[in-house]
Design a protein around this ligand. Structure first.
Ligand code: BV8
Ligand code: ZN
Length: 250
């Protein structure tokens, strides 16, 4: 990546008052959490799209809970990396700042970000399939062969409080990210293959309404050539460098 691309992006960030950050699994890769489509994206030979669906849960809730318990163990052992930390550092420096994350690992909150929209839910929360009650899951994770978790209120089976493929978004979630995009002078998308459309549509809406759009990814995606700047590389290296430079230009 040429330093002039980073310089242009840093100049745009230094002049921004309102910011939206959209993140995907790549931002948590350097924390040791496998991405969906990279190496390690498979589990017992299944792809995420085969497990993170209402059908997979209806057919085999034990298998889906086993997958989420495996992923939660990894999330609970993971720490925020410099990408999460630099995003958290940026937040108080702007009039408006939102993190709209596709990740369910909770690492942005752990890093200190506060204005977060978890577009696809959170792996540390459950939702009752009967009464819909949403609750935090206990930190100690059930053993793989433990009985399926049941609602303490109505006794029905619990599911992960996560948006699965083929499901629509929780009310208000996309609307909140869309409003932040509309108000943004600067939108940064980091660590996503852009394979799920609504979060990318939000970022592009921000660009259409006047924001400078940056894509941070070691690879190129369908978003890269639409962005005003594509910063090629790992988020854990690029985001601290970008913020360091932007801060010095303010
Ligand atoms: C929706 C939670 C309508 C799960 C996820 C109806 C029926 C059936 C299907 C559909 C339907 N309606 C729409 C669909 C399509 C479907 C879809 O998109 N399918 C895909 C597979 C084509 N979409 C949906 O079902 C969505 N619902 O659209 O409702 C609607 C329409 C308009 C408005 C409102 C509603 C709901 C999709 C949500 C599914 N749940 N996650 C869980 O975690 O268990 S999606 C999951 O995959 C992620 O959350 C993310 O959103 C998506 C893509 O993953 P990424 O985060 O991008 O990760 P990936 O591994 O793919 O890429 C990592 C990237 O990082 C790579 O580019 C890599 O180069 C880069 N990278 C690696 N290392 C680094 C790095 N970058 C920076 N630094 C590094 N170090
Ligand atoms: Zn219930």
């Amino acid at each position: 990546m040429s330093s002039s691309v980073l310089e242009r992006a840093a100049l745009a960030l230094s002049g921004a008052r309102t910011v939206l950050i959209v993140t995907g699994a790549g931002v948590s890769a350097e924390s040791g959490i496998p991405t969906f489509r990279g190496a390690g994206g498979l589990w017992e030979g299944f792809r995420a799209e085969e497990l993170a669906t209402p059908g997979a849960f209806a057919d085999n809730p034990e298998r889906v809970w086993r997958w989420y318990r495996w992923r939660r163990r990894i999330c609970l052992q993971s720490e925020p990396n410099p990408a999460h930390l630099s995003i958290a550092e940026m937040e108080p420096a702007f009039d408006a700042f939102q993190v709209a994350t596709q990740n369910v690992d909770g690492l942005h909150r752990q890093a200190g970000s506060r204005n977060i929209v978890e577009l696809h839910g959170c792996i540390h929360r459950s939702r009752c399939t009967g009464c819909g009650e949403v609750r935090d899951l206990p930190d100690e994770i059930d053993a793989d062969d433990a009985p399926l978790p049941a609602c303490r209120r109505c006794g029905k089976m619990l599911r992960p409080h996560i948006v699965w493929f083929g499901e629509t978004y929780q009310p208000g979630v996309l609307e909140s990210a869309q409003a932040a995009a509309e108000a943004a002078d600067f939108v940064l998308v980091a660590g996503t293959s852009a394979s799920v459309w609504p979060p990318i549509a939000v970022a592009l809406h921000g660009q259409r309404t006047g924001a400078y759009l940056v894509d941070v990814n070691p690879d190129t995606t369908s978003l890269s050539d639409r962005a005003d700047a594509h910063l090629t590389g790992a988020a854990g290296a690029i985001l601290p460098a970008l913020w360091e430079r932007a801060r010095s230009l303010r």
